[in-house]
Design a protein around this ligand. Structure first.
Ligand SMILES: [Fe+2]
Ligand SMILES: [Fe+2]
Length: 481
């Protein structure tokens, strides 16, 4: 069977031979109407009849896997696509290191695998829900299209996880698949499973921060699951990563364009002090200190997604061969970690210190460190824009102890520089470090939609290149209401 080929003859495009897997096909077809109901209720508000220039995955060949065309979002072909099976793949870590990868769920790891798949699956629709109102205030048709591209692909990622649940987990898998459509981001009674996915995404700067920082947590998790000894999960995640790259591109370039426009406006108006917030805001752009506050918020919320620094769950998942490390196969060590250690940031006698912990229980910390390194690349790009414009201002990642709700630092307060402070100081100063209501109101005041072809809101620079190399005057969304 040719796994590069995607079968479009069934209702659900796939490269997993669904037409011969009647039971799973039936289960998925049974789940489909609920998914469409969810999309109509909780997907992008409006624009469902608009033609959007979207990419759709039609192959899993890395050399050419997507095609671009105008599609109405409800007609997007949400498919089930797994990266090709690697011949003779072995489990690359843990107690089962070197044994053949599992094609079926091993009974002893069933509960753990199901939990990991459900948690990953839950984040996918959650972000669509969080972003559903943004279409109304898009700064351009280009950005509107990118939002919808991210949204339909998060929808496809939900399908990816639901396929695994329905194919490999029987009745409880089907129940979990239904639950994924029932929970709602921010809902008091039935929220999404992870904190950052219940926060609001009120404006486009938040959206760019979310796709930069929170989708990047997704990238790290998918990389770890792509190492899994459970081969179908590994293959699913590997293909999801090809789509995920675009989401982080949207975030990184989005923030770049905001920073660039702010610097241009300051230069045009001969503003010399980028921290003169009132002066910069009067120009109708977002001042750099406020961008820093948004960054502080989204980075710290995303750090919480990695869980506790020291975790026996993480150790168990690794030992079992279920969830590996970032780029596991490229790491040079024994891949068992029975006797090695890893330095973990901890609170020791009121001070933040590095303490060696058994590497196995410190896997969350390690993944979070890999994440922080990955995040730092954006700072370099954004700071280059600021420096090239002649301004002395640096965007920085706050200390990992800052504004945390999970792990070692959840019960203390720290400044973005990592200085421990008491509750009173925190309450007095938090608005210096995190977006205040007034900051939110100011950003909201800039969020007026721009729908003319090739035009951009005055607070954001146009992109350097178009999607699919389209020219600047390309109509990315043909709005029909
Ligand atoms: Fe995703
Ligand atoms: Fe994503």
């Amino acid at each position: 069977m040719n796994y590069m080929h995607v079968d479009y003859s069934t209702k659900i495009p796939n490269n997993v031979n669904l037409s011969e897997d009647r039971q799973v096909l039936k289960a998925l077809e049974g789940w489909h109407p609920g998914y469409i109901d969810w999309w109509n209720d909780m997907g992008p508000d409006g624009f469902q009849q608009s033609l959007v220039y979207l990419r759709t995955a039609y192959s899993v060949d890395p050399r050419g896997w997507a095609k671009f065309d105008y599609v109405k979002m409800p007609d997007y072909r949400w498919g089930i696509l797994l990266a090709p099976q690697e011949e003779n793949r072995v489990i690359p870590f843990g107690e089962n290191f070197g044994k053949p990868a599992w094609q079926e769920v091993p009974g002893e790891h069933r509960a753990m695998l199901r939990r990991l798949i459900v948690i990953q699956g839950d984040t996918e629709p959650a972000s669509v829900e969080q972003q559903r109102h943004l279409g109304k205030t898009a700064p351009s048709l280009y950005d509107l299209r990118n939002l919808f591209q991210v949204n339909v692909e998060e929808g496809r990622h939900l399908w990816a996880m639901v396929y695994l649940l329905q194919k490999y987990f029987g009745r409880d898998g089907r129940e979990e698949a239904d639950e994924l459509l029932r929970r709602r981001s921010g809902d008091a009674d039935s929220p999404r499973m992870l904190g950052a996915f219940n926060e609001a995404t009120p404006d486009w700067l938040s959206f760019f921060m979310f796709t930069y920082f929170t989708d990047r947590d997704g990238k790290m998790q998918l990389h770890s699951l792509a190492q899994s000894g459970f081969d179908p999960l590994s293959r699913t995640c590997r293909f999801m990563l090809t789509e995920e790259a675009h989401h982080m591109f949207v975030g990184e370039t989005g923030i770049s364009r905001v920073v660039q426009r702010t610097c241009e406006a300051m230069k045009e108006a001969a503003v010399t002090d980028p921290t003169d917030i009132a002066k910069v805001r009067a120009l109708g752009v977002i001042d750099l200190p406020t961008i820093q506050k948004k960054l502080n918020l989204h980075y710290s919320l995303s750090l919480d997604l990695f869980g506790s620094e020291v975790s026996t769950n993480a150790a168990n998942a690794f030992n079992a061969g279920v969830k590996g490390r970032y780029k596991e196969t490229q790491i040079e060590d024994d891949h068992r970690l029975q006797s090695s250690t890893y330095p973990v940031l901890k609170l020791v006698n009121g001070e933040i210190k590095r303490v060696d912990e058994p590497a196995l229980t410190a896997l969350n910390m390690r993944l979070r460190d890999d994440y922080t390194q990955d995040c730092a690349k954006g700072m370099l790009r954004w700071n280059k824009i600021i420096a090239t414009s002649g301004y002395q201002f640096k965007l920085t990642l706050p200390n990992v102890a800052f504004h945390r709700a999970i792990g070692e630092f959840k019960d203390i307060h720290a400044t973005p520089d990592g200085v421990l402070i008491d509750d009173g100081t925190w309450n007095k100063r938090r608005n210096e470090w995190l977006p205040s209501t007034a900051d939110g109101d100011f950003i909201a005041s800039l969020m007026t939609p721009v729908t003319e072809i090739g035009q951009f809101a005055p607070w954001i620079a146009p992109p350097k290149v178009g999607i699919d190399n389209k020219p600047g005057d390309f109509e990315y969304v043909k709005i029909e209401t």
